[in-house]
Design a protein around this ligand. Structure first.
Ligand SMILES: *Cc1c(COP(=O)(O)O)cnc(C)c1O
Length: 328
């Protein structure tokens, strides 16, 4: 367990790693450790996996949903500024689909307003912002090692921090809140968010191969881009944004002709296992009351996006099928 924590933290350029049982547990542990709770507002992007907002709700805090930026698909720093109130305590930027958020702008806002930043890096292991790995910017950053993530332990997650005190407190809270020197003595109400050593050993082995895995996924994405190059209805995820080097988690495309659902159905009929993008949180009734700010861009991107398979190469034939369906 210690070895995985040390090696993953070092990979991200962060001092401490606290391994936990899932990415959601990591987010919840981060919020609890920073003392975010009832009456506090936490700003989250509209386009993300629901675990981001669920963790805020489980911490009894109030999520405030804001829109994303059209080019990066990540939380828009200007929209963060507009959403800050006296109750705002933290921001959770999500490096969505492997794309780093604008961490300069976000950390500057956080410093100006005295807010915590919890990076949700569940989908972006190894991505870079200004040559530094995501996960090294926030007060705490959270990773998932779920089966579909870049590094996986089946289920699993990790919190990273450079702050010694936060590291100590996370370790206590992860393990039932038990005092580290007085066994069965509890100073705080904790959780059981431990990971097993067996899973951590898988994580160590996975981490050894991360560069190869990222290179392979990148190659699959390049194959798709070559195949679909020049098609006017297809837009690729940006990989040329200043200061950012994204990774490929899922190969993502947008189709701008309004026929996304038709394409997804046809591709699935032909055995090409695609998914639509995440639904905007603001579209789901259970989260609607937290969507007090407009989220036009997230709604637009969500309706256009397709995730293509990216854990195995699409063969030449599948690539041709993809092209013919998208040009039909
Ligand atoms: C996968 C994911 C999580 C949650 O991770 P689990 O390990 O499944 O709990 C959180 N945030 C984002 C953005 C994710 O993609």
């Amino acid at each position: 367990m210690n070895r995985f924590e040390e090696e993953f933290a070092a990979f991200c350029g962060v001092k401490h790693g606290v391994v936990v049982s899932s990415g959601t547990a990591a987010l919840h542990l981060a919020l609890a450790t920073l003392g975010v709770g009832e009456g506090d507002e936490v700003i989250v992007p509209d386009l993300t996996f629901a675990a981001t907002i669920n963790a805020v709700l489980h911490a009894n805090a109030t999520p405030i949903i804001v829109d994303v930026d059209e080019e990066s698909w990540c939380i828009d720093p200007n929209k963060i500024l507009q959403a800050i109130t006296e109750k705002t305590k933290a921001i959770i930027p999500v490096h969505v689909y492997g794309q780093p958020c604008d961490m300069d702008a976000i950390m500057k806002i956080a410093d100006n307003f005295g807010l915590f930043v919890i990076e949700d890096a569940a989908e972006a292991h190894g991505a870079l912002f200004k040559e530094k790995r995501v996960g090294c910017f926030g007060h705490i950053s959270c990773f998932s090692f779920y089966a579909n993530k870049v590094v996986t332990t089946g289920e699993g997650g990790m919190c990273l921090t450079n702050v010694d005190k936060l590291n100590d407190n996370m370790r206590v809270l992860r393990d039932h809140g038990m005092n580290k020197s007085k066994r069965y003595w509890h100073d705080v109400v904790g959780f059981n968010y431990r990971l097993t050593n067996m899973q951590a050993a898988i994580g160590v082995a996975q981490l050894e191969r991360i560069e190869d895995m990222l290179a392979a996924k990148n190659k699959y994405e390049q194959d798709v881009k070559m195949t679909l190059a020049g098609m006017s209805n297809v837009v690729f995820q940006r990989d040329d944004l200043v200061n950012r080097k994204k990774i490929v988690w899922l190969t993502c495309i947008l189709v701008n002709d309004g026929r996304r659902d038709e394409y997804v159905a046809k591709l699935n009929d032909c055995g090409i296992d695609t998914r639509p993008f995440f639904y905007p949180l603001s579209n789901m009734p259970i989260y609607q009351r937290y969507a007090i700010h407009p989220t036009k861009i997230s709604k637009k991107l969500s309706a256009m996006g397709i995730n293509l398979p990216s854990s195995q190469p699409l063969g030449a034939q599948a690539l041709e099928t993809l092209k013919s369906i998208l040009s039909s």
